[in-house]
Design a protein around this ligand. Structure first.
Ligand SMILES: Cc1cc2nc3c(=O)[nH]c(=O)nc-3n(C[C@H](O)[C@H](O)[C@H](O)COP(=O)(O)OP(=O)(O)OC[C@H]3O[C@@H](n4cnc5c(N)ncnc54)[C@H](O)[C@@H]3O)c2cc1C
Length: 394
């Protein structure tokens, strides 16, 4: 934290909610631009910066000797006290009128706010989905899923055991990655029993597989899913989930041992409740400066925003790549707003996309090229390693 002001008066403070991709990068950007002119406080309910993009690796998460630090880096290791004070706490409310954030058991006043609280699974009101399916949008969810597959493999494994039936709902990049990873992992080795590979079914729901991706990329993804023995069933919206059974819109049932919900995300409840303009999935509408309309000094970035690129009108995707692109702009704009300078407009240019498909293979698009198989996977690993290194270096 900054030294006291010469006249002993409190320094204006910036509170940043969420220490994921957007929040951590925004905190560093504010400090970079503000020097010692502003206090910066970063809040998160976990003491770690979670590498959420890697949570599809449920088999790696299941390995008892794999350090948890691979996915959850302690905040103290990636954020110095000089950059920001860290508060470990859960945000239970944001009062934009009194400019305070409610935490469990305390209140935090702010002069400037950046909301970076990410997203939570969307269950679309489907009965039983939340209760009967696992998820990989949080580290605790991915850990629970990994533990469940290992436990079932142990109890049901052995010579001649029937394959575990794993059903993944949602044919976007998360569902595709999770299906391929589970289908190709060596669960028997991890659980220490002889066990066949799980039988994985991917239900794409009402939207086609990898909707929005290029036809070439989808073609390669289909081929790699087939190689991974993932059965893809399209146009299969789930309307109900019960223990052991998903019911589809056409009335048919899909039995499962493990169901994984990968059908999309929405704003967390504390954000959904804010009395401001919301977009898809209760995400926050923001101006091109990443500020909430008519709320000067309150910014948002990352999965939590609903923002269309100026000019193209294309929605900025809910990705770590977009969160990391927006965070420096939000950080800069907080300081510009404080100093009465002109703010920067946020315009997003995607560098590429890569979807992992198990067995060290992936499909992707980068620098105008479609990549698939091993080269795409190597590129994905390089991108992940580069981000991990950047976080380590702070
Ligand atoms: C399996 C998987 C694979 C993915 N792969 C990719 C990929 O390859 N490339 C890519 O670009 N994107 C990928 N994504 C998407 C990417 O992870 C998200 O877009 C990204 O995490 C968004 O960053 P964020 O900072 O907005 O939110 P997060 O990274 O989710 O951070 C939000 C933070 O807010 C904290 N928080 C939430 N609620 C509270 C509360 N009430 N109180 C206190 N703290 C709170 C959380 O603990 C968390 O630390 C993937 C996502 C998943 C699930």
């Amino acid at each position: 934290m900054a030294d006291p002001t010469p006249d002993g008066r409190p320094r204006p403070n910036v509170v940043i909610l969420g220490a994921g991709y957007a929040g951590l990068a925004a905190a560093k950007a504010v400090r970079r631009h503000a020097g010692s002119a502003l206090d910066v406080t970063l809040v998160d309910r976990t003491p770690d910066h979670v590498l959420r993009t890697e949570l599809y690796e449920v088999d790696e998460i299941a390995k008892p000797l794999r350090p948890r630090r691979t996915w959850a880096v302690p905040i103290a290791e990636v954020l110095s006290e000089r950059e920001a004070a860290f508060v470990h706490g859960t945000v239970t409310g944001i009062d934009l009128s009194s400019r305070t954030v409610r935490l469990e058991g305390s209140t935090l006043p702010f002069d400037y706010l950046i909301v970076c609280l990410g997203s939570v699974p969307s269950y679309f009101g489907i009965p039983g989905a939340r209760e009967n399916a696992e998820e990989v949008y949080s580290l605790s969810g991915a850990e629970r899923l990994a533990a469940r597959i290992v436990a079932l493999t142990k109890t049901r494994g052995g010579p001649g055991a029937a394959p575990l039936r794993v059903v993944v709902a949602g044919g976007g990049s998360t569902g595709t990655e999770v299906s391929a990873e589970i289908a190709t992992a060596k669960w028997g080795e991890i659980a220490g029993v002889a066990a066949p590979a799980p039988a994985v079914t991917l239900l794409t729901g009402p939207t086609p597989l990898l909707d929005g991706f290029s036809p070439a990329l989808i073609r390669h993804a289909r081929a790699l899913l087939e190689e991974a023995h993932v059965e893809v069933r399209e146009n299969t919206p789930v309307v109900r989930a019960e223990p052991g059974t998903l019911t589809l819109k056409d009335g048919s049932s899909v039995p499962f041992d493990v169901a994984v919900w990968c059908a999309g995300v929405e704003a967390p409840p504390v954000v959904a409740q804010l009395p401001v303009e919301h977009g898809k999935g209760k995400r926050l509408k923001v101006t091109p400066y990443l500020e909430l309309p008519d709320r000067p000094g309150v910014f948002a970035v990352g999965d939590v925003i609903d923002y269309a690129n100026p000019g193209t009108g294309v929605l900025v995707p809910g990705t770590a790549q977009a969160a990391l692109a927006g965070a420096p702009v939000a950080g800069y704009n907080v300081v510009a707003r404080h100093e009465g300078r002109r703010m920067k407009r946020f315009s997003y240019h995607e560098k590429g996309v890569i979807v992992s498909l198990g067995l060290g293979k992936a499909v992707g698009r980068a620098v105008g090229l479609t990549l698939w198989g091993r080269p795409a996977y190597v590129l994905k690993s390089l991108v992940e390693a580069e981000y991990s290194l950047a976080v380590e270096r702070g």
